[in-house]
Design a protein around this ligand. Structure first.
Ligand code: ADP
Ligand code: ASP
Ligand code: MG
Length: 412
């Protein structure tokens, strides 16, 4: 039988009614003759609650116990979904990550899937089971401990299963009916895209569009998984939602496919560090050892052998970064003047593969922002994206202005 993977996010399994509605949708695919692997998230809000409990109990917690706690939300929905399907006379059973097993690295709270042996589930399909309901977001480390895949990780579980079982398609059911030109909750003018190229989706996701976890897009691209994003709230046709696919499958597209943003950014500047070989290596080596994810980096021109080094990072990593850099200063490894922290910035990015062949996108972006009096603090570019760091209070304004300027509301 052909295999189909269907993933239901938190709002799609938020209560028993929603689980029933999702189960009906699964029933439609079973009736078409598929063996279905269903990946479920925890009920919406549940993972946040669990993370909150962990932080309250132990702020610098043992990551293995963090995973033991925060993975539990998915166990509940997996069992409830299997029971709901059984009530509909659809042969189904639930699987926790370790039972499959979903083998991951031991990087607790940020683990990567290494292997999903298909034998156990395939054997059950051969015995007549129609639906395997798998708890998303979780796996098991080589040491036999429960791991989690980072926030939003059920998307990655879904794509990894689609690759491991050579599924016909991986359908991601969520609370919007596809991938939009920007977050529809920020701009009313956002338009749904029928198709988006893997590379564009990868950039949008990594730049803040949380509709898909970045790693899930990476895996889909590598294993050529047909990935579709669609709504669990509406009746769906076979071509509903947005297909994430190779760029060759897209006939015509805008220069800019979408605008992404990330609200929780901070900027730090090391004022007056020596401008000599090895300094960047000391600074960013120390930050990396402290588990800080540095994003944008700018080094000023130097004056009298000293320069300023600016970088951006997620807001919740600022105190970790401060501690690491202060320690470096105290033990003489690095001499700098001051450490300036700006915790109120946001990153706004435009993304599109059309930028490879069309120039002027950066100039247009900067003009649009300056027309609205928005000061740009840091800029980074790649072949298919331009990102700027700006004051957080202008983030929505910048997203709307760029969406208008690149005429994304005209996207078909
Ligand atoms: P789930 O719980 O189903 O995994 P998420 O909340 O993780 O859902 O992701 C869906 C959300 O992603 C939407 O509600 C929307 O606000 C947000 N989002 C951000 N950028 C985009 C975009 N470009 N297109 C669609 N949704 C987006
Ligand atoms: N429940 C997890 C989270 O909220 C995983 C997911 O939903 O994808 O991050
Ligand atoms: Mg999600």
């Amino acid at each position: 039988m052909p295999v189909l993977v269907m993933k239901f996010g938190g709002t799609s399994v938020a209560n028993l009614d929603r689980i029933k509605r999702a189960a009906k949708r699964i029933g439609v695919e079973v009736a078409k003759g598929y063996d279905v692997i269903v990946i479920v998230s925890a009920m919406s809000g549940k993972t946040n609650e669990l993370v909150g409990w962990v932080n309250e109990t132990s702020p610098l917690c043992d990551a293995r116990e963090y995973d033991a706690v925060v993975s539990s939300g998915e166990n509940v929905t997996a069992g409830l979904m299997a029971l709901t399907l059984q009530e509909m006379n659809i042969p189904a059973r639930s699987w926790q990550g370790w039972q499959v097993p979903v083998k991951t690295t031991s990087a607790h709270s940020q683990a990567r899937i290494e292997e999903i042996p298909s034998e156990n589930i395939t054997a059950k399909f051969a015995e007549g089971m129609k639906v395997a309901v798998v708890a998303g977001f979780q796996g098991v480390s080589p040491e036999g401990r429960i791991t989690t895949l980072g926030r939003g990780g059920s998307d990655t579980t879904a794509v990894a299963f689609a690759a491991a079982f050579d599924a016909e398609r991986c359908d991601i059911y969520t609370d919007v009916d596809g991938v939009y030109t920007t977050d529809p909750r920020v701009s009313e003018k956002a338009r749904k895209l029928d198709k988006i190229a893997f590379e564009e989706m990868l950039e949008l996701a990594s730049l803040g569009a949380k509709v898909l976890q970045t790693r899930s897009v990476e895996l889909a691209m590598r294993y050529k998984v047909r990935l579709r994003v669609l709504s669990s709230f509406e009746e769906q046709s076979d071509d509903a939602g947005t297909l994430v696919c190779d760029e060759e499958e897209i006939m015509e597209s805008n220069v800019v496919a979408g605008v992404a943003f990330s609200r929780d950014e901070a900027k730090m500047t090391l004022i007056s560090v020596a401008d000599r070989p090895g300094i960047a290596s000391i600074i960013f080596g120390c930050l990396s050892d402290a588990g800080v994810n540095v994003d944008m980096i700018v080094q000023n021109i130097s004056e009298e052998g000293r320069t300023d080094m600016t970088f951006s990072l997620p807001t919740d990593q600022v105190s970790r970064a401060e501690k690491a850099l202060d320690a470096l200063k105290d033990n003489g490894g690095l001499n700098f003047g001051e450490l300036d922290v700006d915790g109120d910035v946001a990153k706004v990015s435009v993304v599109g593969i059309g930028m490879r062949s069309q120039s002027g996108v950066a100039a247009k972006m900067f003009k649009v922002l300056s027309d609205d009096g928005i000061n740009i603090k840091v800029i980074t570019t790649s072949e298919i994206k331009i990102s700027v760091l700006i004051d957080r209070k202008y983030m929505e304004l910048a997203v709307q202005a760029l969406h208008d300027a690149f005429e994304l509301e005209k996207t078909a």
